[in-house]
Design a protein around this ligand. Structure first.
Ligand SMILES: Cc1ncc(COP(=O)(O)O)c(C=O)c1O
Length: 406
């Protein structure tokens, strides 16, 4: 059953594959009761924005969800796809961009297309699964460095340089902008500094940084002042944009090459036009309504400050992603989550080994623009009570759960 599937009998439907019912909101139904939800990447509240909802509905009514039929290269091209690409390239400060029908396979194919056997990939040990899967297709060398360890990265780039001097290939460095699990930022400045010493390109997966980071919401590159040095910028619509799809932006010749060579895009259906029109609306709102990002950060700052002051370990987050770290095993992890959900009606995601190291329990909170400061206050208060129970060892013993949904 695999590392998480082995918990199927005890956890399916509650800890894994939980069903949140009702419209997306800070309050949703779970296990028969309303919960305060901190687990949706609806950072800017776009899933609830009336203009977004209206545009999505009208576009779907007008075009249906099938249009345009086919892959972009064959018959799936529309003026809306082209318009979005034009606008997003300008927004993120790159020469050119291309829409992806889905983020994950998009990233897999970006990597697959960019490198061949002569090339070397250097990547961060905490890279997202889509980066790892892209790399699995690479038949040349790949070197990993411990998360954000610039000294080790320097060494790996030196090793990679020796190889490409022989093969005549290039080096692709792959990092996340915001690390989606724990919320810290890829050390893009440190990486850019190394460009003075080595010749390589940087590919940034900024799934969680797009819309949330930087003055305009361009992402982590903007936040850290190095957007021009991000050679290939990738983001998905699955988070801030509350949609489906994604994009890649770079210099014109690179995008020109990618659109003819990303297999998951060349051989698969294009992003439906209703979603493309929806993405255009989201981009317009991101550009013109800074209040959503401002509200997001008001909630983020209040939540993270309160947790820190309450003695919680929230790691090194510099983004909205808010991990709350406890030490313990599976039993404590399930009991603490159960208590939060059933006693305090707070729904957040629980992450255990092998996603985090053994002995670490991570409760992951995602603040959004649709939360209120009262939600934060209630959550901080509840977490303080749960922490007390945790520290007194209350969660160490197994307390059988009675779950109606099982
Ligand atoms: C860092 C990162 N990259 C890529 C993806 C995949 O994006 P999508 O959901 O659009 O396939 C995700 C998750 O959605 C992610 O967190």
């Amino acid at each position: 059953m695999g590392p998480l599937g082995k918990y199927y009998e005890d956890g399916h439907g509650y800890y894994f594959f939980p069903r949140l019912d009702g419209p997306i909101s800070s309050r949703m139904m779970f296990n028969g009761k309303e919960k305060l939800v901190w687990s949706l990447n609806n950072y800017l509240g776009f899933a609830n924005h009336p203009e977004v909802r209206k545009t999505d509905a009208e576009a779907a009514a007008k075009y249906g969800l099938a249009y345009q039929m086919g892959a972009r290269m064959m018959s799936g091209q529309t003026k809306f796809h082209e318009q979005f690409e034009h606008e997003i390239a300008e927004f993120v400060g790159k020469e050119s961009a291309y829409l992806l029908n889905y983020g994950y396979p998009g990233m897999v194919s970006i990597i697959d297309a960019l490198v061949d056997r002569k090339d070397v990939i250097v990547y961060d040990s905490s890279a997202h699964a889509c980066i790892i899967d892209g790399m699995r297709l690479h038949i040349g060398k790949r070197f990993v460095y411990p998360h954000n360890d610039m000294e080790s990265l320097d060494k790996q780039l030196a090793r990679a340089t020796k190889i490409i001097e022989k093969t005549g290939g290039g080096i692709l460095l792959i990092t996340e902008g915001v690390y989606g699990m724990v919320g810290d930022l890829g050390d893009l400045k440190g990486m850019v500094e190394l460009k003075k010493k080595y010749n390589f390109r940087i590919l940034v997966d900024d799934a969680h940084g797009f819309g949330t980071m930087g003055a305009k919401g361009i992402g982590t590159g903007e936040e850290l002042g190095v957007q021009d040095e991000v050679d290939i910028h990738f983001a998905t619509f699955a988070k801030s944009f509350a949609g489906i799809g994604g994009f890649v932006a770079s210099k014109r010749p690179i995008i020109k090459y990618l659109i003819y060579n990303m297999r998951s895009q060349v051989y698969a259906k294009s992003l439906p036009v209703a979603m493309t029109i929806g993405a255009l609306k989201r981009l317009e709102i991101l550009r013109n309504e800074p209040q959503h990002k401002e509200k997001l950060w008001t909630i983020v700052n209040a939540l993270q400050k309160g947790l820190r002051e309450g003695g919680f370990n929230i790691g090194k987050t510099k983004s909205p992603v808010t991990p709350v770290l406890f030490s313990g095993g599976l039993i404590e992890a399930s009991n603490v989550t159960y208590e939060l959900r059933e006693k305090y009606n707070i729904f957040c995601t629980v992450v255990i080994y092998p996603v985090v190291p053994k002995g670490v329990i991570m409760l992951r909170l995602i603040p959004t623009a649709i939360h209120s400061l009262e939600d934060v206050e209630y959550t901080l208060d509840s977490f303080a009570k749960v922490k007390k129970d945790f520290d007194t060892g209350l969660f160490k013993d197994f307390r059988p759960m009675k779950l109606e949904s099982f």
